[in-house]
Write a protein that binds this ligand. Structure first.
Ligand code: PMP
Length: 403
């Protein structure tokens, strides 16, 4: 492990070393079975018990209410862009069998490139329904085309009876995140949501899942996340789905809804204990190890505090750099992500110099996404406060050395 660098990558990202060491053992011999975790039958009693315990850990640590099921899916966030549309449109069909297709609508909150990708997929699968953009954060930016803020509550225009209302809680590329404080202007506008029925509210938590508690989880229809940021290896996707959204997609198809592939139908997973087919056994295993460690450390509350300190340190030094005219944050104050901090280094060749200096000091994964450029510091759970201190000291040194 001495040869390991500090990994600020956006995902897949750092995992805790003790977990990796235990997982290495598990690859050889899973829980004393004499069979490695990548080799053992997913139907074995040992693995069946293990996957049930992973589910129980998530339920406890995130306080998932009994109204919601926890599903272990595959295909990443990308498959969920499709699955949420197909399952929620099927639900809407069952609830409103007589409605014309062109009267159906899905509301999307557009705050960055990941919600944009979800909008695109909704358009492909809408089957005649309308995709309504409840708000486009770009229209609020200075140049009219940057995703640089979370919109204020009065900017949202929701439809009356949408099949789903979609938002991305943390935009990994642009570095904007909804505030978890309900009184903050950048919080999600729960009070503006339509109707008094069970809300069809869908949230992409891919890059913030398990980093802090989920505000108003009980009011969501679906919260989903790929495991590969805060939890484990890619391959496992977790969805917390309210039971009224686990619908009979075949009955809906008979009424004219788009047929839902078995691997995307929540019902298949809910009815077959998360194993309608072979689950990503290794990813489930490592996720379970991470959750066990989380529980020992103090759960999601522990990470909320740790991540807040990490975030404050990085935004703090960014502010110093801005005061000197050497750094420029991508995001408006108040809308910055606690997980992904995005900024530019000002000056000819300065960014390359910044990255080279970081690499020399054993810090990697800091280059921003190609669509935004600049620097992106990802502060997922496994990034330690000491590692953040090392980065902050380097940034300060960089600022002092720049003439
Ligand atoms: N949503 C968000 C917020 C993401 O960060 C990502 C991936 N980084 C995705 C969706 C897509 O997820 P996947 O690569 O697992 O399909």
């Amino acid at each position: 492990t001495e040869s390991r660098v500090i990994n600020f990558g956006a995902g897949p990202s750092a995992l805790p070393v003790p977990v990796l060491e235990e997982a290495a053992q598990g690859l050889l011999n899973f829980n004393g079975t004499g069979i490695g975790i990548a080799e053992i039958s997913h139907r074995s009693k040992e693995f069946s018990a293990y996957i049930a315990s992973v589910e129980a850990q998530i339920r406890t640590q995130l306080a998932v209410p009994p109204t919601h099921s926890i599903l272990f899916l595959q295909g990443g966030g990308t498959a969920q862009f499709s699955a949420v549309v197909l399952n929620m449109m099927a639900r809407h069909r069952l609830l409103n069998p007589e409605m014309d297709d062109d009267e159906r609508v899905m509301d999307y909150v557009l705050t960055g490139s990941w919600s944009k990708a979800a909008v695109h997929e909704a358009g492909r699968l809408a089957g005649g329904a309308k995709v309504n953009i409840a708000v486009d954060a770009r229209t609020l930016s200075a140049d009219g085309k940057s995703f640089d803020r979370i919109p204020p509550h009065d900017a949202y225009r929701f439809s009356k009876d949408p099949a789903l209302i979609y938002y991305c809680e943390n935009e990994t590329v642009s570095g904007t995140q909804f505030s978890s404080d309900p009184t903050h202007p950048a919080s999600f506008p729960f009070e503006r949501l339509p109707g008094d029925k069970l809300l069809p509210l869908v949230a992409d938590y891919s890059s913030s899942f398990m980093s802090r508690p989920i505000p108003r989880l009980a009011d969501h229809a679906i919260v989903y996340a790929g495991a590969q940021k805060n939890l484990g290896p890619a391959g496992l996707t977790i969805a917390i789905v309210r039971q009224d959204c686990i619908v009979d997609v075949d009955a809906a198809a008979r009424l004219g809804a788009v047929p839902v592939p078995t691997g995307l139908a929540y019902k298949s997973f809910a009815e077959q204990k998360n194993m309608p087919n072979t689950p990503p056994v290794f990813a489930v295993y490592v996720t379970g190890l991470v959750l066990k460690r989380n529980a020992e450390l103090g759960g999601v509350q522990y990470y909320e505090e740790l991540n807040r300190r990490k975030q404050e340190k990085v935004y703090g030094v960014l502010k110093e750099g801005e005061a000197k005219g050497l750094l420029k944050g991508h995001v408006q104050p108040g809308s910055g992500s606690s997980m992904n901090v995005v900024f530019n280094v000002i000056g000819e060749g300065a960014e390359a110099r910044f990255l080279a200096g970081a690499e020399e000091r054993g810090m990697k994964g800091l280059k921003g996404h190609r669509s935004v450029g600049g620097i992106r510091v990802s502060l997922y759970n496994a990034v330690t406060e000491e590692q953040v201190d090392t980065l902050v000291a380097y940034i300060r040194e960089f600022l002092n050395q720049t003439p």
